[in-house]
Design a binder for this molecule. Structure first.
Ligand code: BTN
Length: 313
């Protein structure tokens, strides 16, 4: 299995979460759904009509569903796929996740209206499965590009798919692949993206790194709808490109955002550690390390700087 990509086997029971808004572009209508007002929240609710209007011309996102509170948008999409409801390009968004999931079994702390929490269903040809190693890296670059277009500069990627700002984690990606149905010629991927937008107390984030939010750097309220729409445009462009040529097209771009390039790092995988100088990634997205025993490549693991260095724990 590729790094940043998990296999989903367990399906929880059907969610009872309340859907705030659901619209399918073939049945597009604004205002026929109710939006309960969460007066306790300091932050604005997602403007569903603006989001769906903005998605109308998007060739990759076919449908958007917004939940007020849910266990996890990835889990919801898995349930929909399992029950045969999931549509190619369907996007699930939530204002709040009570069991947001991160990589390596960690939790993704998802306070109400304080982040972008979304998952997208994407079907990918089975015969191209070997290209999937670079997918989560591509999505991380897409997130960076979209935030850059919204005026947030200085973003970096930490292999395999974390987005960093000022040496702190801003966004994370969890790509899950559903147990393949052998009769089918495509696999279903769930691409989960979490971006910290508001300055909530993110010290709860269940990861051995420090977190940051967009508002921490801008000092002003962030319009989450703008971020979502900009992300959708980036994904539209990059997913099509990835579908045509895999990670190859993004390889050089990775180098220019790589937080660890030419730095001394340690990779930890399966209880072992290897130290070396980070030399970017291969054309299929594997991490390259120059070690005393030559160049080594990794398709999985956790990278960190040496103790005493001040970057990224
Ligand atoms: C990580 O860096 O560990 C990955 C974090 C991924 C979080 C997102 S939030 C939306 C989607 N739903 C989840 O439960 N997880 C992903």
């Amino acid at each position: 299995m590729f790094c940043g990509m998990h296999t989903v086997r367990l399906y929880a029971n059907k969610s009872r979460a309340k859907i705030l808004f659901s619209v399918d572009k073939s049945d597009y209508e604004i205002g026929k759904f109710q939006f309960p007002v969460d007066s306790s929240s300091l932050f604005d609710a997602l403007p569903a009509s603006r989001i769906t209007k903005g998605l109308l011309s998007n060739q990759v996102i076919s449908k958007a569903v917004i939940f007020d509170s849910i266990d996890s948008t990835n889990l919801e999409l898995a349930r929909r796929i399992k029950s045969g409801e999931g549509l190619q390009g369907e996007m699930i968004l939530a204002e709040h996740q009570i069991a947001g999931m991160g990589r390596r079994g960690r939790r993704w702390y998802s306070p109400s209206r304080s982040g972008v929490y979304c998952s997208i269903l994407w079907r990918f040809p089975k015969e191209r499965m070997c290209d999937l190693g670079g997918l989560s890296l591509t999505v991380a670059l897409s997130v960076i590009q979209s935030l850059d277009e919204s005026g947030f500069t200085g973003l970096q990627v930490k292999w395999p798919n974390d987005v960093y700002l000022k040496n702190k984690k801003l966004a994370g990606i969890l790509v899950e692949i559903l147990d393949a149905d052998m009769s089918d010629n495509a696999v279903s991927l769930i691409i989960g993206i979490g971006i910290n937008t508001a300055s909530s107390d993110l010290t709860h984030q269940d990861a051995p790194v420090q977190s940051i939010s967009l508002e921490d750097v801008s000092g002003a309220r962030v319009d989450r709808a703008n971020i979502i729409l900009s992300l959708s445009r980036s994904l539209e462009r990059d997913m099509r490109q990835f579908e045509m040529g895999g990670f190859g097209y993004f390889h050089e771009k990775w180098d220019s955002f790589d937080i660890f390039r030419n730095k001394k790092v340690t990779v930890e995988f399966g209880g072992k550690t290897v130290t070396g100088i980070a030399k970017g990634v291969t054309a299929s997205g594997e991490l390259m390390l120059s070690t005393n025993d030559g160049i080594k490549t990794f398709n999985c693991g956790e990278v960190s700087m040496r103790e005493g260095d001040d970057c990224c724990n």
